[in-house]
Design a protein around this ligand. Sequence first.
Ligand code: NDP
Ligand code: BG6
Length: 519
Amino acid sequence: MGQKMSTEPLSRSEVFGQLRRELYGEEQSSHSNTHAFIILGASGDLAKKKIYPTLWWLFRDGLLPDNTYFVGFARSDLTVEDIKTACLPHMKVADEENESLSTFFKRNSYIRGRYDDDGSFAQLNAHLSSLPGGADANRLFYLALPPTVYHPVSTNIRAKCMSSNRGWNRIIVEKPFGRDLQSSQELSAHLSTLFTEEQIYRIDHYLGKEMVQNLMVLRFGNRIFGPIWNRNSVACVVLTFKEPFGTQGRGGYFDEFGIIRDVMQNHLLQMLCLVAMEKPASTSPADVRDEKVKVLKCIAPVAASDVVLGQYVGDPEGEGHSKLGYLDDPTVPEGSCTPTFATAVLYVQNERWDGVPFILRCGKALNEQKAEVRLQFTDVPGDIFGKSCQRNELVVRVQPNEAIYLKMMTKRPGVFFSPEETELDLTYKSRYKDVKLPDAYERLILDVFCGNQMHFVRSDELQEAWRIFTPLLHQVEAEKTHPIPYRYGSRGPNESDDLVKRAGFRYEGTYKWVQPHST
Ligand code: NDP
Ligand code: BG6
């Protein structure tokens, strides 16, 4: 049967049917292997808010292989019904989907056990072997657990729960991958005694986001950007992550890590790699990850003089508890020096980028939610417009409201001849009206099923990322450096703007965006 003409919109099931064939091939969609997806830490926050809902969405849309079974494992005394109750508020179930939801939960089971007890894992294995496909089923283990139990859990999985030689085993590990270079190396060394690198999927969920994945296509699928994507034309690159809320009772967890470990060392650095890397030989995971590692190897450890750290304080004018300061969170240790905001300037010392500052900024309890990549270009040489032209900027907005826009000068329309700031604007909501962008976890979990490691972090990438930030983290922690206070809901400390300006970013404050009317 021929394909529909491109002008005819595909129905939802046709879209998913096509995608499924792309993912697993025709053969797999009719008769299949059996898969077991095991969620270790099934009672936890991540499982409840992200993993179960994601599995449900994939199941609902028919994107998982046939015969996939879901098995939760944790210490708590739970039933599948308890898990369903805990997850439902996060699952977005439409009325007509209730039957499918029951089928999903019928594919679920739960085993109670201890993480350090090999007997519990023997029990888990017995249960897995009793499911259709038995010991031959492919097994995906999701470690939705605190890093403190990674060691015993991974050891027990390896010793007790691997599928037979006819099925494959894949282990999905959540960040944080260690606290510094040494602990991360210890964890990597431990995992590598148990599993091959091909079996380990280290999640950085920013790599599953639409616009982060788009960076490679934007750069390497267009002729226009290649020649200007270097130190000759780019004045600086700014990578930003902002959240408008604080730790919200998660302060206990956050305080052990701080914003550098939580966001900068992983999400922002991964985006930096995709902006800075050379064109890979192909889009194979190995080639892409080789290029990312090369970029990281060209970055020297961040110097404290290139960093501004902040911590939010309550906004006396803000309403209620939501605007309390970091130290007012009862789960945060008294007098904590943990930064909730950081700006750092990094340099990629290679032929393409020598001297170009890569400015990484991230923070909680700021004025807005935003994640973006911004390239600011150099001034136009040989100005003939009396200094009235501002620098071009190419902005890839990762979230919210995905967009790519290029800030540029144009002749002021009409009888005038003066330059005016405007933009070329690709706003996804207007250009791709009917396209639903999948959640980052949906893409990444599908990738694990398909065995595609491109959007996962390889152990050498991780090692380099820690090498860059560990000396700074150790110094700040040893000296108990007090972060600069900034008001809840502000743009962060003024010292950050000063650093960014010193590094070479120019903010004129003249650009005004007029949102087009949607018709
Ligand atoms: P701006 O020129 O307003 O801002 C440019 C950059 O300067 C931002 O990174 C901003 O970061 C930073 N900045 C702001 N104030 C200062 C300051 N006082 N000192 C130093 N740096 C500062 O341009 P934008 O690109 O941000 O665009 C303005 C608005 O228009 C945005 O809300 C944008 O999303 C919107 N827009 C949306 C489009 C779309 O949806 N398609 C297209 C074009 C624009 P920060 O404030 O985070 O520190
Ligand atoms: C997580 C951090 O990795 O990313 C959180 O641990 C942060 O602190 C979250 O809130 C942000 O993710 P997203 O997808 O909402 O931008």
